[in-house]
Write a protein that binds this ligand. Structure first.
Ligand code: HAM
Length: 419
């Protein structure tokens, strides 16, 4: 039997991958703190009903992509496919509006969708996202889009496009759906099987289909903007003015739709890396979802947010952006009797902020130096009885082979200079 493997579409993130992950997560946390967002963590498992009601039962996610099961008590649960519905649940459950009328929340964590695995598309993937609860003004939309754009820029990802659109209010969606249905009924022989199914229950989703024949069939489809109310259009115009004042380049994409049902008014995406990511080139997706809190049992509250997939961003990141590994030193004794000296020096260096490794097995200095070479540390400090008696260590540069005696009390300072 071949060894056990992780589940299809899921993956291990190995220590060698971590510099990139830490870089993205750290950069996102810094950005969030600069815009006064606070972190929230919610469970990976939620009641199934949250997503059915929150995301919409006619969406691809709810119809066919969720991992669901009844637990031993018979309760229907789902592994969360996204973060927004869970954040809203937590917001209502804990009455976060009682503490603040505006809540700015961010999260990072694994999400689960049983999609067909492809480059940049996984069944377990990590999303980082931001949700602004309690502000309905165009300035809130503008700041949200600006944050997402600045983030992608800071990571050094270029050649991206910011696409925005308005879906209007809830009644706009209804009349637009009717208009799309009557248009696509006449195009049915050109649509893929999925879109034929979508025709009745979610015709907006057809506009997002990646099948060439469906893309062709969409070309003459009615435009959503013809159904949007003047108030929602004013909101959209004000947003565009504000984005220009913020120096954010964007493109209005009247056919842009999103795969989740809760959106109203502004939606946006940042796309990039078509060569690397192909059909998965949406790296950030977001929008306003003003109806969701009321739909899930809270007070009507305007809300907007975005999320990005960390794996997708990493595929576009150049490794030279990642900061080098922390300062690392290997400390060894010259023989078994030097254990005490070795661990004293190691503790001293760790307290000074260095990453320190020591050998565990007893052995000769020669064998310890072999381990030191494999550890990846640039420097090794050797402390034998003779050095200890004279209050110093031998510091060896593992790249050049140069060695020098350094006084123990000056070792941390010396290492700082060398970094
Ligand atoms: P979404 O467009 O479904 O929106 O996902 C957001 C991002 O998550 C995508 O742009 C992509 O980078 C990443 N992503 C989605 N599915 C996968 C996958 N199977 N594998 C890898 N990455 C993936 C949402 O989830 C909304 N909750 C975003 C939002 C927040 N809207 C308002 N607030």
């Amino acid at each position: 039997m071949t060894g056990l493997q992780c589940v299809k579409g899921m993956h291990d993130i190995l220590p060698t991958d971590m510099p990139g992950w830490h870089f993205v997560e750290q950069s996102f946390k810094e950005l969030m703190s600069q815009y006064a967002y606070r972190e929230i963590r919610t469970p990976v498992l939620e009641p199934l009903e949250l997503f059915v009601r929150g995301i919409g039962d006619a969406t691809d996610i709810v119809e066919k992509e969720m991992y669901t099961f009844a637990d031993k008590g018979g309760v229907d649960l789902a592994l969360r496919p996204e973060g927004t519905a869970s954040i809203v649940r937590a917001y209502i459950q804990h009455g976060l509006d009682r503490q603040n009328s505006i809540n700015k929340l961010f999260y990072i964590g694994p999400m689960f969708r049983r999609e067909r695995p492809a480059r940049g598309r996984f069944r377990q993937f990590y999303q980082a996202g931001a949700e602004l609860i309690g502000a309905g003004e165009p300035a809130a939309d503008a700041e949200m889009i600006e944050m997402a754009v600045r983030f992608v820029q800071r990571l050094g990802i270029s050649d991206t496009a910011v696409l925005i659109n308005t879906l209007g209010d809830a009644d706009t969606r209804k009349s637009y759906r009717d208009a799309l249905r009557s248009y696509f009924r006449h195009q049915a022989d050109r649509l893929c099987q999925d879109c034929i199914r979508r025709l009745e229950n979610n015709p907006l989703r057809i506009l997002d289909c990646k099948v060439t024949a469906c893309i062709e069939a969409c070309k003459e489809a009615p435009l959503l903007h013809e159904h949007v109310s003047p108030t929602a259009m004013d909101h959209f115009s004000a947003l565009q003015q504000k984005l220009s004042l913020l120096n954010v380049d964007f493109k209005v994409q009247p056919r842009l739709v999103r795969g989740l049902d809760y959106y109203t008014r502004t939606i946006f995406e940042i796309q990039g890396g078509v060569d690397t990511l192909g059909a998965q080139s949406t790296i950030v997706g977001g929008g306003r979802y003003d109806g969701l809190i009321a739909q899930l049992g809270g007070k009507p509250t305007p809300t907007i947010g975005f999320a990005f997939g960390i794996e997708r961003l990493l595929l576009l990141l150049k490794e030279d952006r990642f900061p080098p590994e922390t300062r690392k030193i290997f400390v060894t004794g010259a023989g078994d009797d030097d254990y005490c000296h070795m661990v004293t020096i190691a503790s001293m260096l760790r307290d000074a902020g260095f990453t320190v490794e020591t050998p565990y097995a007893s052995g000769s200095l020669r064998s310890h130096m072999k381990r030191a070479a494999r550890s990846g540390a640039r420097f090794t400090a050797i402390v034998g009885e003779e050095e200890w008696q004279t209050g110093c260590v031998v510091l060896r540069d593992m790249q050049t082979g140069e060695q020098e005696a350094v006084a123990i009390e000056q070792l941390a300072g010396k290492m700082m200079e060398k970094q």
